[in-house]
Ligand binder design. Structure first.
Ligand code: PMP
Length: 357
């Protein structure tokens, strides 16, 4: 177990904008690599940041009281159904710290968001990876991987990096079959981008399934990735069980207030949702024109098979000023994952990809 930790690689966020500018002598860089919101965040959140006057010498509110109240009202759940974290990354870590240890196993899809496995390895749990079936979770395969030593099952919907999702009936059917003592983590980092009609209302499912936790974040459509605010919603007993494993002052003051303000501006969210749908269509049209395979996505990114090593396309685009994510690092070696940008950014990267192909 300790040896497995020594073999872990630190998270590779890719090269920074400044580094790429210097390396290739570029003035303009478009980063479409980390599924951030190209439209930034709500003006109301910016106001909070501009006008923030309290002392930075004071610790933040460890209970995230204002944000807790705002999120509980927004979702129609109680305040004690929520846990906040330094990004949903921290909630993933808290779940692993609380429930994973040597002797238990944990089940997840592959490829999926790598932090589930990373944290499970750190805690010494056995990792059971069930291959995706055509980009989607193989829920039957995941059920078959569960045994009496399974502690946590991770489900990512929409899945990073494929953008595929789990429909309502399939999810409910799955939850009914997972033993009650096994925690199901439903990571919905891209929830607000979903446009499928049969996507489940997972918050409603919390009443029925007390072994379910839903993770969401202010890093994606809310455009506040640098403030690091994410949360988990679950039965209050489960929240109490997880709460001791988080850091006492895990979410910062401005992040809490900016997130609450961003939540209040659903008009901005609706705009970003629409623009993302249009951006996805730009990429779908391009793929169809070029005869490239892609996964129709419910997130703000699209995985495109470029019919050569993803690293090659990644390198070409980087030299032209576009940072995307190579599929080599994501378990799809002949693909690249592109975050949906604003229309001009999408056109720009499509233009360069056409040259590359
Ligand atoms: N889950 C998924 C599926 C993600 O893609 C990401 C971000 N890449 C996260 C969780 C973590 O997001 P954050 O910590 O910024 O909330």
């Amino acid at each position: 177990w300790k040896e497995a930790i020594l073999n872990l690689k630190p998270y590779q966020p890719g090269r920074s904008i400044d580094e790429v500018k210097r390396a290739y002598g570029l003035k303009e860089i478009t980063k479409l690599a980390s599924n951030e919101n190209p439209f930034g965040c709500s003006e109301q959140a910016k106001e909070v940041m501009k006008n923030y006057e309290s002392s930075l010498a004071l610790y933040p509110d460890g209970n995230a009281t204002v944000l807790r109240s705002a999120v509980s009202k927004h979702l129609g759940i109680q305040e004690n159904n929520l846990i906040f974290g330094n990004g949903s990354d921290e909630i993933i870590q808290v779940i692993a710290r609380s429930l994973l240890y040597p002797g238990v196993n944990t089940v997840m899809a592959s490829p999926t968001f790598p932090q589930y496995k990373h944290n499970a390895v750190i805690e010494g749990a056995e990792v059971r990876e069930v291959p995706l079936a055509d980009g989607e979770h193989d829920l039957d395969g995941m059920l078959a991987a569960i045994d009496e030593n399974t502690s946590v099952v991770w489900v990512c919907s929409p899945n990073n990096p494929t953008g595929r999702y789990i429909a309502r009936d399939a999810l409910v059917d799955f939850l009914r079959q997972v033993p009650q003592q096994v925690l199901v983590v439903m990571d919905e980092a891209y929830f607000e981008y979903v446009h499928a009609d049969d996507y489940p209302d997972t918050i409603k499912l919390l009443e029925q399934f007390q072994n379910l936790i839903v993770l969401r974040t202010f890093s994606k459509i809310y455009g506040l990735a640098s403030y690091r605010v994410g949360y988990g919603a679950a039965h209050s007993d489960l929240i109490s069980r997880l709460d001791p494993a988080r850091e006492p002052f895990n979410t910062n003051t401005i992040g809490q207030l900016a997130a609450a303000a961003a939540l209040a501006d659903q008009e901005f969210i609706a705009y970003c949702h629409e623009m993302n749908k249009k951006g996805l269509a730009q990429f779908y049209d391009f793929c169809e024109r070029e005869g490239l395979k892609f996964y129709p996505s419910q997130g703000n990114f699209v995985l495109i098979d470029v019919k050569c090593q993803g690293d090659e396309a990644f390198q070409f685009l980087m030299e032209k000023g576009f940072i995307v994510r190579s599929g080599n690092a994501l378990g799809f070696p002949t693909s690249i994952r592109i975050t949906i940008g604003c229309p001009e950014q999408n056109l720009g990267v499509i233009e360069q990809l056409t040259v590359f192909l």
